[in-house]
Design a protein around this ligand. Structure first.
Ligand code: SF4
Ligand code: SF4
Length: 231
């Protein structure tokens, strides 16, 4: 999320995941079980978000992405499949769906209009009720952001209030919100969020005539290919 969408650093996270899940795979094999690491964006046979939801890591947000209590939508996932007997975890409910019902920030900021504005989730996919995402519209933007050094968009991750920094004030909000059955607390927090956190506007990242090919932050060193090659 370093400077999305123009300079996504997802690959930093995926590199770490490859390291961690690779070691776990070898460890499980060492103690006598079969094991296989699955790490996007290559070499994986499992779709991660549904597994993560089943495992209780978070809920699916309006943006179609796993939203976790600790990191919001700013997560990258990997898995290790194994025949080791394990006690499964259960899905959690920490009020993210209720918050998404009111929030809609990702839908407002999405440059392609791919995210649904309906109050309630409107489709059921393999038993899971979720908001509709127009994948074609989304992927068209992924491929059109001109300065994207690691192709993508991810505005909907960056603007999600759950992706705010893991500091004391946000931790208090995360603790209090699920414990307030009236929803008054989340409405107040949302009003503060919309008033004080200003976004560049997802549309700005698009090429002309729809946008201005904007980029707002510098790439990390290793992604500044223009400094490594003359082309
Ligand atoms: S990645 Fe970008 S285009 Fe796709 S849904 Fe998210 S904000 Fe919209
Ligand atoms: S931006 Fe708001 S509506 Fe979108 S996923 Fe995050 S909390 Fe839900």
């Amino acid at each position: 999320m370093y400077a999305n969408p123009t300079y996504g650093t997802s690959y930093d996270a995926y590199s770490m995941l490859r390291y961690i899940s690779g070691k776990l795979e070898v460890f499980l094999k060492e103690i006598g079980y079969s094991a296989r690491a699955h790490v996007p964006p290559v070499n994986y046979d499992l779709v991660m978000p549904p597994l993560a939801i089943d495992a209780g890591l978070g809920e699916q947000g309006r943006n179609g992405i796993l939203v976790t209590p600790e990191l919001g939508a700013n997560t990258r996932l990997a898995a290790v499949s194994t025949d080791m007997p394990l006690e499964p975890d259960k899905p959690i409910d920490i009020g993210i769906k209720e918050f998404c019902n009111k929030c809609k920030i990702c839908a407002e900021e999405c440059p392609s209009g791919a995210i649904s504005f309906t109050d309630e989730p409107e489709e059921v996919i393999r038993g899971y009720k979720r908001w509709k995402i127009n994948h074609d519209k989304c992927y068209t933007v992924w491929n059109s952001v001109a300065t994207s050094h690691s192709r993508g968009c991810r505005v909907c991750l960056a603007v999600c209030p759950y992706s705010r920094k893991n500091n004391w004030i946000h931790n208090i909000v995360r603790e209090v919100d699920p414990r307030d059955p009236t929803g008054i607390f989340s409405s107040g927090i949302l009003a503060v969020q919309k008033k004080f956190f200003k976004y560049h506007g997802g549309q700005e990242y698009l090429p002309p005539p729809d946008g201005n090919n904007k980029t707002f932050n510098e790439a990390p060193d290793w992604l500044r290919s223009e400094e490594w090659f003359n082309y």
